[in-house]
Design a protein around this ligand. Structure first.
Ligand SMILES: [Zn+2]
Length: 114
C-alpha cells in the first residue's frame, strides 16, 4: 500500500473522492474514465452503471434522478465545459492557443487513427 499512486475512487458510503474529497466521480476521475474509455460513451455508461446500483443504495439525501445524473449524467457531455472554468484573465494568447491546440489534438486523436 506504500508507493501506490492515489486512485480517485469513491469513499463509501458517503461517495466522496478518496483523494480530493469532491462528490464522486470528481473531475480528475471523470477525465481518467474518459481516457480509459477513449471517449466511448456507451462503454463509459456501462462502466458507471456498475456503480449506480450501490450509489442508489448508499447515497442519502439525493433523489434517484439526482444520483443517476451525478453518476452517469456527465458521461455524454464534453469535458471542455470544465476546461473553460480554469480560464484566467491575465494569461495571454499563448495559453489560449495551447488550450485550443490541446482540444484539437484530442478531437483528432481518435478520429484520424486508421
Ligand atoms: Zn478526486
Amino acid at each position: 500500500m506504500a508507493d501506490y499512486p492515489a486512485i480517485h475512487g469513491p469513499s463509501r458510503p458517503d461517495w466522496n473522492c478518496l483523494v480530493c474529497g469532491d462528490p464522486w466521480p470528481c473531475l480528475v476521475r471523470k477525465r481518467q474514465l474518459k481516457e480509459l474509455c477513449q471517449c466511448n460513451i456507451r462503454t463509459l455508461v456501462r462502466y458507471m452503471n456498475e456503480y449506480l446500483r450501490d450509489a442508489h443504495a448508499e447515497i442519502t439525501g439525493l433523489s434517484t434522478a439526482d444520483i443517476t445524473e451525478r453518476i452517469v449524467g456527465w458521461c455524454g457531455r464534453p469535458l471542455e465545459m470544465w476546461v473553460v472554468q480554469e480560464h484566467s484573465a491575465d494569461s495571454g494568447d499563448q495559453d489560449s492557443r495551447r488550450r485550443r491546440y490541446e482540444s484539437n489534438q484530442k478531437a483528432g486523436r481518435y478520429g484520424r487513427h486508421g
